[in-house]
Design a protein around this ligand. Structure first.
Ligand code: KG4
Ligand code: ZN
Length: 349
């Protein structure tokens, strides 16, 4: 049974995990995630600081993951490491570490696409979150709607035309004076409000119109920058923002969720999928998962949302995607590079 060491350093989490198993029968033996706090004061990730923080953490984080799993370096069959997309300087830290382990132990090196990792993440927690399914990946950097026919066989259906869903949450949080990253603060504030209270602030659902049809370029795509501007106007128009903030947060969250639910439902329907799998940091939003489940359940669709540790960036998902490629014979050379952007392997557009 292969033992995989997963490494993830594409953004601001230094993470290592040990996973063993074969096919969809896997066991997560350990998962360590060290979130870099330093970016909070800057209101966004500072690439150079991210690289430096990865440098100081990667060895202890990986050692801890191995110790938690009671696995020695010599027991590892493959090192699965994120090769992109992400911050190149940050990626290079994990990649160099992974190469060193592979070289020193003789383990195979398998480069993993970060977003393919997110596709696998939920299956580590829910055994039925396996293909075929519709995937909605919503993070600070990405908003992707993908049809997953089988592992390794993906079709890109839609993406954001401007801001990612998480980015929209973060920008609106900033408008409302909430800390960065703002997604969970918006969710908390919105929960204090009611649909009645939010109604006067109702925002147009972006990119959702009744006359859109399969084949139209905007049928699956999303766009959030107009929504963010609408929130800005609502904030400016408010005569008492302390009073209105929670209703505005609720109205914003409702608009974003409605759009994501509608687009996911369109994708599931178009491909006859009965499962929708969520991933990325915004998948931590309980209102998103619950609303999607409540609305699409009656249509026979089951919605799977990962727990926060698996929704946000983590090395367990990288190990799992790496296992898939390792079992199919993929081996990367020590010449493997890090890429700011790269296509998902097996993706048709
Ligand atoms: O996947 P992730 O940890 O990092 C990347 O961007 O790759 O996602 C972070 C994003 C942030 O924009 C954050 O505000 C958002 O996920 N987020 C949430 C929630 N928790 C995190 N958005 C909405 N509701 C949440 N509960
Ligand atoms: Zn991510």
């Amino acid at each position: 049974m292969p033992v995989i060491l997963g490494i993830e350093t594409s953004c601001d989490e230094t993470s290592a995990a040990v996973l063993s198993g074969t096919g969809d029968t896997t066991q997560l033996d350990s998962l360590v995630i060290l979130s870099q706090d330093v970016h909070r004061v800057f209101g966004g990730v500072v690439p150079e600081l991210a690289s430096r923080a990865h440098l100081t953490s990667i060895v202890p984080v990986a050692e801890r993951a191995l110790a938690d799993a009671s696995v020695a370096l010599g027991d590892i069959d493959a090192v699965a490491v994120t090769a992109g997309p992400g911050l190149v300087g940050a990626l290079l830290v994990g990649l160099s570490f992974g190469k060193a382990v592979a070289h020193g132990t003789g383990a195979a090196l398998v480069g993993v696409h970060h977003m393919e990792g997110h596709l696998f993440a939920t299956s580590l927690e829910h055994r039925d979150a396996v293909p075929p399914f519709t995937a909605l990946l919503v993070s600070g950097g990405h908003t992707l709607l993908i049809d997953v026919e089988a592992w390794g066989s993906y079709q890109m259906l839609g993406a954001t035309r401007d801001d990612a869903a998480g980015e929209a949450f973060d920008k609106v949080a900033k408008l409302l004076g909430l800390p960065y990253p703002g997604g969970r603060h918006i969710e908390r504030l919105a929960a204090e409000s009611s649909p009645e209270e939010a109604r006067p602030f109702r925002f147009t659902r972006p990119m959702v119109r009744g006359d859109q049809q399969l084949g139209d370029p905007d049928y699956f795509d999303v766009s959030f920058s107009g929504l963010k501007t609408a929130v800005l106007h609502a904030v400016r128009a408010s005569t008492n923002i302390e009073r209105d903030a929670r209703a505005i947060a609720r109205a914003f969250q409702d608009a974003i969720i409605d759009t994501l639910v509608e687009k996911s439902w369109r994708a599931a329907r178009a491909f006859g999928r009965q499962r929708i799998v969520l991933g990325g940091g915004v998948a931590c939003n309980r209102a998103l998962a619950t609303t999607m489940s409540d609305r699409l359940g009656p249509h026979g669709v089951v919605v799977f949302a990962p727990k926060p540790r698996l929704a946000t960036d983590n090395a367990a998902m990288i190990a799992r995607a790496g296992l898939f490629h390792f079992e199919r014979g993929v081996r990367d050379s020590l010449g493997l590079n890090a890429y700011a952007s790269m296509p998902i392997p097996g993706l048709r557009t």
